[in-house]
Design a protein around this ligand. Structure first.
Ligand code: URA
Length: 432
């Protein structure tokens, strides 16, 4: 392994056998975490070419079972976000698209770096289980059109382990590592079509539209080789999505969105992404028609009903969904106020994400225990006017000493000025 770390450190491409050896050794624990961490950092700095990335994706995908969904009729459509702050789209999109008649088999992850993870969010619902056998996963998708599962030693274990190690070694934001992580999971899950929400901007792992384009191309080519359809939507992550950041807080906002009174940005993004999913499933003839169908599904209450059905089928206590005030809350709150009057000219998703990690909503080490009630409720977003002394955000934590640490990031996150800023695009483009 020392030779392989050195080879990558010195900027050389690794062979197929070498990449497969690394992944095999990591999963069977013959290679220790510290050497994998060092190799990841070498990959981070030196990058991987397209051939290495394709081999890495395949090696990770084959580290566990490959799910066969052929028993389920029709086109199965999966969805994945490359990660953002306040990004609770899966919680909305899964039920929304499933309620419109599409089968959605979804394998999700935990929080990564400053971004949240769907599994952590769902675990704020008491009893909710994401760990299930492949058979149970297939049965649930068949019966309910939707199931959200986690990885285990049978399902893409290499990604589960790599993801956790990258999270705490500052090696997340590399295009080859992101592409192989996302695509290995999506391909192992067996869907026919995949929608990627490729986040770009301050709070995303990909900072420029140019890099997002490169990542989209790698993913589209990988999908083509496997005869899958893939649409990558490049969407903005300059400021957080919606107003709630933190696990239970995000479940609440997802519920509001499924009930038709969510924030405008989250609602619009979900309608747009959902419509592409309907189009790939052959259930909408145009993007506008798909969005209209989904608006109806929300208005008729079917999207929220599907969320309740999924929570029930995965062992969750649905009374927390029908009465979201029961969801976990931290013991203490703190109002963070504006220091001057003016427009919010910038609201850094990255700093808000880091502040929420400090409050206990994310992990600082692999063994960190999350405070599911912790997080941030934004009171203002970009372009809003605020008076000096008015609340910009409410912080939640179980330890009051964390507020000062989080406030340090909030001081950086909010920029107030006298001119109203131009809004950032919510969606840059869709590529297929
Ligand atoms: N989402 C993933 O599943 N993997 C990454 O590497 C980044 C976002």
């Amino acid at each position: 392994m020392i030779e392989l770390i050195k080879k990558k450190r010195d900027g050389h491409a690794l062979s197929e056998e070498e990449i497969r050896t690394i992944i095999r050794g990591f999963v069977d624990e013959s290679i220790p975490d510290y050497q994998i961490a060092s190799w990841l950092m070498a990959v981070f700095f030196r990058g991987m070419d397209d051939v290495e990335t394709a081999i890495l994706t395949d090696a990770i995908m084959r580290s566990g079972d490959l799910i066969d969904l052929n028993d389920i009729p029709g086109i199965k459509v999966d969805k994945h976000s490359t990660g953002g702050v306040g990004d609770k789209t899966t919680l909305v999109l899964g039920p929304l698209v499933a309620a419109a008649g599409v089968y959605v088999p979804k394998m999700s992850g935990r929080g990564l770096g400053h971004t949240g993870g769907t599994l952590d969010k769902l675990e704020s619902i008491p009893g909710f289980k994401t760990d299930m056998t492949t058979e149970a996963f297939i049965e649930r998708v068949k019966a309910h059109h939707l199931a959200i599962c986690s990885q285990n030693e049978k399902l893409v274990p290499a990604d589960k382990k790599l993801y956790a190690l990258r999270d705490v070694t500052a090696t997340v934001d590399n295009i080859s590592l992101i592409a192989s992580s996302v695509m290995s999971k999506k391909l192992a899950c067996g869907a026919d079509a995949i929608l990627i929400d490729l986040k770009v901007g301050d709070g995303a792992f990909v900072k420029t539209v140019e890099d997002a384009d490169k990542l989209a191309t790698i993913m589209i080519n990988t999908a083509k080789q496997m005869n899958k359809k893939l649409i990558a939507v490049i969407s903005g992550m300059e400021e957080p999505l919606g107003y709630n950041i933190g696990n239970a807080l995000e479940v609440r906002e997802a519920i509001e969105t499924l009930q038709g009174h969510g924030p405008a940005d989250l609602t619009e993004l979900c309608l747009s992404l959902g419509s592409y999913m309907l189009m790939m499933a052959g259930k909408a003839t145009s993007h506008e028609a798909g969005k209209e169908t989904l608006r109806e599904v929300i208005a008729q209450g079917q999207a929220f009903a599907k969320f309740v059905e999924m929570v029930q089928s995965q062992g969750g206590d649905t009374s927390y969904i029908t009465n979201p005030e029961k969801l976990p809350t931290s013991s203490f709150s703190h109002v963070y106020e504006a220091k001057t009057s003016g427009y919010i000219s910038h609201l850094s998703a990255m700093d808000i994400g880091l502040a929420s990690v400090k409050l206990g909503a994310g992990r600082e080490t692999k063994d960190s225990v999350l405070d599911l009630g912790a997080g941030i409720l934004l009171k203002k977003k970009m372009g809003d006017w605020v008076e000096a002394g008015a609340p910009l955000a409410v912080l939640y934590a179980n330890d009051t000493s964390l507020f000062a640490k989080a406030a340090h990031y909030l001081d950086e996150a909010f920029v107030i000025s006298t001119t109203k800023p131009e809004p950032y695009p919510l969606i840059y483009k869709a590529i297929q």
